[in-house]
Design a protein around this ligand. Structure first.
Ligand code: ADP
Ligand code: ZN
Ligand code: ZN
Length: 724
């Protein structure tokens, strides 16, 4: 027998299939991982095919050395997915296969955890010598514990005594695997009766199609998902549900655990290596039948999938921005079609792209138009910060927001203050010459962190001392820019000294379970205020929150990104959805310096459709996605001359495509990337905007041109989320 193997190395030269001989006494199946000789080295590989005959010169083929595991870690569906992603995203085969396994498993850093359990054998009649005190204590201990004890429990009696008892045949040893299960807050599973639109949604979304579930915040989408999953399980099938990392709140996790118990496996970044491996194995073996997690859970080894759900489908975190780059929607679509099951995309604010697809009939639109509890959505009041300024208030908070906060506190309720930022206040700027402190390696502005009084680069992590004067003009008038969570907490604490004010952002949640701690403290304190970034915008369901303040709504509006208006609309809707979710009526105060921007009009009226029509119109006339396709080819290398040469060569070739495709290429240019350097690699790019008719074809041509010329890392991005 012969096998075709993909070597587990991320090198361009190895990005193909190699043939090996299977030793006569080795039992090999497709999908297994093996050790193979490669040149002078021994490397790991994935078996992707098994054949009777070989294509290559048989006398030159080498033998597989050994298996890494005894099972096929890569299932057949995933091998098909690999082919699909290689073509669709222009990725190396090994880099795709790596996505399908826990990293620590591939690196051999994590193994099953076993413990030894001792059982007291039946029929033991206390015939131990009187002086064998330790042995008698062990027997007594085991009797008190139904005859069983683990080696760690018995360790205190000494291993000598344990071994003696084992040798005498009084106790029996058993090796048992311990599953490391992630910690989840316990919750009761409350059963609700679905309302009419929820029932309709559950009954409708059962076919082998893609559905767009547009449900206002609080419309009970989670309940719909749970019912659908229940139905799928009862048909003997399994489910995958994706939730953005930041909305994978303790609340959501405990709700699912409460409803489905150990059938749920959780996959998110907060897990330890051991927990991740064990959860993966529970899914792999079929013991867990529902995989819930962030983006990478789309690769969970679930078989016989009955539904795939992508909650908050508009979230940009579903697009992987580091290598290998892929769009989770595409992968989910592939797996749903492979398994002939529904794919459900849920959101209160669908992406313009998805809604457009629903409009064109590619997706089936299903709506949940009202809140599940029948409550109105909270009123959104727009506060003009320019007129506050003119009236002499140059602080962070408008008078309206302060008055509403005072009211909340008097009524012993809760408020959330949303800030679109991280750290104390972001960048350091010279007020005299405009100099901005930047990272010497990455060319991005540094962020000031008050906790350790340092400037930090968020790209490479470098830290710098805080400047006291401007290095360009010498002025001491060097100040911090926009507001951050810490500053807001500090100011609020000055104004409301007796009120509990909590903060939730990347800095306060870096340790394990920090999220849970902050949220449960917030939940249990009345009155209280929770100040936070994007992290507090989603998924949380606190019944006592009656006020949401958005301090600087404009922050996301003026990014150089065609999606920034869409993002702002989404953010406002999501944040507002946190208020008034129960009996208490909610309110939102939105502070802006551009109160007349159309996004605020539509957002404050919860008019998604109105916003969609306006935005659709703008995208169409300005020729932006979803009506065109943007392609970015990003080149990066330590050698700046080399990247520039490569860029020139590629550009010259790509430009020739204009002769063939003419008008189809709306825009083509080569340039430095906005961030010129990251981790000492120089970054250059080719940007293209293409009409949709021939976009696939042109994309393939560009790919083969670049692939033929480049000897360094090149990334292809379609409609990139972030143009840094
Ligand atoms: P969404 O995800 O759409 O924002 P949730 O799923 O968080 O909404 O539901 C909002 C609240 O409504 C939750 O507390 C949920 O338990 C409750 N809920 C959902 N469906 C119903 C229902 N049919 N009747 C009563 N309460 C419901
Ligand atoms: Zn200066
Ligand atoms: Zn840096």
């Amino acid at each position: 027998m012969y096998v075709k193997i993909i070597i587990d190395q991320d090198a361009k030269a190895l990005d193909k299939v190699f043939e090996y001989v299977v030793p006569a006494d080795m039992d090999i199946s497709i999908g297994m991982r093996v050790y193979v000789p490669f040149g002078k080295r021994i490397l790991q590989g994935f078996v992707v095919d098994l054949t009777e005959n070989c294509e290559y010169d048989q006398s030159k083929l080498k033998k597989i050395i050994s298996k890494i595991e005894d099972f096929s870690a890569i299932k057949p569906e995933m091998l098909d997915l690999m082919q699909f992603m290689a073509k669709r995203n222009h990725l190396k085969l090994a880099s795709i296969l790596r996505l399908f396994l826990p990293a620590e498993m591939r690196e051999g850093k994590v193994k099953e955890l076993f413990e030894t359990i001792y059982h007291l054998k039946d029929g033991f009649n206390d015939d131990l010598p009187k002086n064998a005190k330790k042995q008698i204590e062990i027997i007594n201990y085991l009797r008190e514990n139904n005859g069983h004890g683990s080696s760690s429990e018995l360790a205190k009696f000494g291993y000598g005594a344990i071994n003696t008892l084992a040798k005498k045949g009084v106790i029996e040893k058993e090796k048992r695997e311990i599953k490391r299960t992630p910690f989840v807050l316990s919750a009761e599973s409350k059963r609700v009766t679905l309302n009419a639109s929820q029932s309709h949604a559950v009954e409708t979304m059962v076919e082998d199609k893609t559905y767009l579930l547009h449900g206002v915040t609080g419309s009970g989408k989670t309940e719909v998902y749970m019912h659908i999953i229940e139905n799928v399980l009862s048909q003997g099938k399994n489910a995958i549900m994706l939730v953005p990392e930041i909305s994978l709140t303790p609340q959501i996790m405990s709700n699912f655990k409460a409803r489905f118990g150990d059938l749920v496996a959780l996959l998110h970044s907060g897990l330890s290596a051991g927990e991740r491996f064990d959860e993966w194995k529970r899914i792999f073996s079929g013991e867990a039948r529902i995989a819930i997690g962030a983006r990478s859970a789309i690769f969970a080894p679930v078989e016989n999938v009955g539904v795939i759900i992508i909650d908050e489908e508009h979230e940009q975190s579903y697009i992987s921005e580091s290598n290998p780059r892929f769009d989770t929607h595409d992968v989910a679509e592939f797996r749903a079609r492979y398994n002939h099951c529904p794919l459900i995309l849920g959101s209160a604010t669908p992406s313009i792209e998805s809604y457009e697809r629903a409009k064109q009939g590619l997706y089936t639109l299903v709506e949940l138009p009202v809140r599940a509890n029948g409550k109105e959505l909270p009123q959104i009041q727009i506060v003009d910060m320019m007129s506050e300024l003119r009236a002499g208030n140059s602080g962070i908070f408008s008078n309206q927001l302060l008055a509403d906060l005072a009211n909340v506190i008097n009524n012993k309720k809760q408020a959330m203050i949303f800030i679109n930022r991280r750290g104390y206040s972001s960048f350091l700027r010279c007020r005299d010459c405009g100099y901005i402190a930047k990272c010497v390696d990455c060319d991005v502005s540094l962020v000031y962190h008050r906790e350790d009084n340092r400037l930090k680069c968020h790209y490479c992590g470098k830290q710098f001392k805080v400047l006291t004067h401007c290095p360009i003009c010498g002025s001491e008038n060097i100040k911090r820019g926009a507001v951050g969570t810490e500053q807001v907490v500090q100011k609020l604490q000055e104004i409301f000294p007796d009120v509990k004010i909590l903060r939730m952002d990347n800095d306060t949640t870096s340790t394990k379970n920090a999220h849970q701690k902050i949220l449960s403290e917030f939940k249990n304190t009345l009155p209280s205020i929770l100040v936070g970034t994007q992290m507090i915008a989603k998924g949380h369901d606190f019944e006592n929150v009656v006020l949401v303040g958005i301090v600087d709504a404009d922050q996301s509006l003026y990014h150089a990104d065609y999606r920034s208006t869409e993002r702002t609309f989404q953010l406002i809707t999501q944040v507002s959805g946190r208020a008034g979710r129960s009996e208490n009526e909610g309110k939102v105060v939105l502070q802006t310096y551009s109160p007349r921007h159309y996004v605020y009009k539509f957002a404050s009226n919860y008019d998604y459709k109105g916003f969609f029509r306006k935005e659709e119109n703008i995208r169409q006339t300005s020729q932006f996605p979803p009506f065109t396709r943007i392609l970015r080819v990003l080149f990066s290398d330590h050698d700046e001359n080399y990247v520039r040469e490569l860029l020139k060569m590629c550009y010259t070739e790509i430009e020739k495509l204009r002769d063939v495709y003419g008008e189809q290429i709306i825009y083509l240019d080569a340039m430095k990337s906005p961030i010129k350097r990251i981790q000492d690699k120089y970054r250059y790019q080719i940007m293209m905007r293409l009409k949709l008719d021939k976009a696939d074809e042109i994309e393939d041509k560009v790919f083969s041109i670049v692939d033929g010329l480049a000897k360094t890392s090149v990334f292809f991005e379609i409609n990139p989320q972030n143009l840094s």
